[in-house]
Design a binder for this molecule. Structure first.
Ligand code: SAH
Length: 389
């Protein structure tokens, strides 16, 4: 089986019951439990449901990690929680601020791996770009994360910890405009190959007792894992971004190898099904990295218009961010302008994404983290589903 197939097969075996999960880990990290899971947790220790929202507020909104400070819980409950659970964050290994205000964190996981998260301030919003895996198995030819290989999935707690830490550290800046208003799962990894953990994390991001982000402000980005796109549309309502990058299978097979398993025809059909499940105002964001002489010619723009016909689209053109040994060049400004004009004229909403934070290697496709051992792919089967030890 290919790596992607192995991961897909693993997804279907991930439906571990709550009790098994509790038994699998001595100390549960409550940061990684969405409201349902937290309510189930409190039920198993004989507590009322509303404890879940109380503790969520303390953790996510007030930034409190010490149960003893949660003063609307009884002393006995606080002591019990301290014994059987924890609120454990990742360790900040590096904290860099770009000249353009972009801030990037290198975060250390308990097993010695590192991942990255990036905050991108804009006029009207602040976007946090979050990682979903240590490395990535998809091997897109123009992405430096892919070159790093793949080690394991992140737990829900590890995904949410990126949001928790960024909120706290941005708050400490005490400057206007330094608040997370949007989250995009566009950091390291393929979110839809870490389905359950990502869905729980998205639920926590959107929960009014946690980060309270609206469904239009949380985006999950995929290179096109078709069956998972269908499942996603069934279980959670948020924005979907699809990394397209090519208008025909031949080129897409080369740039985004998962296309060999789920070719464009299937991908486009999945996009249509996704839109059908959402309310009428939703649209799909398509990402298209502009590679000089490869996919940036006017004929590609025309093919793109044909391919996306009938799909409510927000087109994001991303100038390629070069890295050593990539073998690709960034499209010229003229080529990008001509390309976006053709799309505009067809009525497609098109945005050319500004390159942000490239002085601190924080731009799209530049997130590399540090991966301890890229060959330990089997580890994901042995790990408890949550708890970071
Ligand atoms: N695996 C998911 C999530 C990653 S999102 C996905 O593919 O959608 C990161 C986005 O940045 C993707 O659209 C990716 O294709 C794009 N990207 C990767 N490397 C890049 C690079 N060197 N320059 C510009 N964009 C890049």
């Amino acid at each position: 089986m290919s790596e992607v197939q192995t991961q897909l097969a693993a997804d279907s075996t991930q439906q571990v019951s709550f009790d098994t999960k509790v038994a699998a880990t001595k100390v549960i990290n409550l940061l990684g439990l969405d409201r349902d899971a937290l309510e189930a947790f409190f039920a198993t220790i004989g507590e009322k449901k509303f404890r879940a929202t109380q503790v969520m507020k303390w953790m996510h909104q007030l930034g409190i990690t010490d149960f003893q400070q949660m003063n609307n819980l009884s002393k006995d409950l606080r002591n019990q929680l301290s014994e059987i659970s924890c609120v454990q964050n990742l360790e900040v290994a590096e904290d860099l601020i770009s000249t353009d205000g972009t801030r990037k964190w290198l975060l250390r996981l308990h097993d010695g791996n590192y991942i990255e998260a990036v905050f991108i301030p804009e006029d009207e919003r602040g976007t946090l770009c979050v990682s979903s895996q240590v490395g990535c198995a998809l091997d897109c030819s123009f992405c430096s994360t892919g070159r790093q290989g793949f080690n394991r999935n992140l737990t829900t707690a590890e995904i949410i910890s990126q949001v928790w830490l960024a909120s706290q550290l941005l708050d400490e800046e005490k400057k206007p405009g330094r608040k997370i208003t949007n989250v995009v799962m566009m950091g390291m990894g393929e979110p839809l190959l870490n389905f359950d953990a990502v869905v729980s994390a998205v639920r926590i991001m959107m929960d009014d007792f946690a980060y309270g982000l609206s469904k239009r402000r949380v985006t999950v980005s995929t290179a096109g894992v078709v069956p998972a796109m269908d499942r996603l549309g069934d279980v959670v309502d948020m924005r979907l971004a699809v990394s397209l990058h090519a208008t025909n299978d031949e080129l897409r097979n080369e740039l985004v190898p998962v296309n060999k398993k789920y070719p464009l025809k299937e991908l486009m059909a999945a996009c249509r099904r996704f839109i059908d499940k959402q309310n009428s105002r939703s649209r799909i964001t398509f990402e298209y990295v502009m590679l000089d002489g490869i996919n940036d010619q006017p004929e590609h723009a025309h093919e793109l218009i044909k391919l996306l016909k009938g799909i409510p689209t927000l087109m994001n053109l991303i100038p390629f961010n070069p890295f050593e040994g990539s073998g690709y060049r960034t499209s010229s400004k003229n080529a990008v302008r001509r390309f976006s004009e053709i799309l505009h004229e067809s009525g497609m909403t098109t945005v050319v994404r500004k390159t942000r934070g490239d002085d601190i290697d924080a731009a799209c496709g530049q997130l590399a983290g540090k991966i301890e051992d890229k060959s330990r792919r089997h580890r994901r089967f042995e790990e408890p589903r949550f708890g970071m030890e």
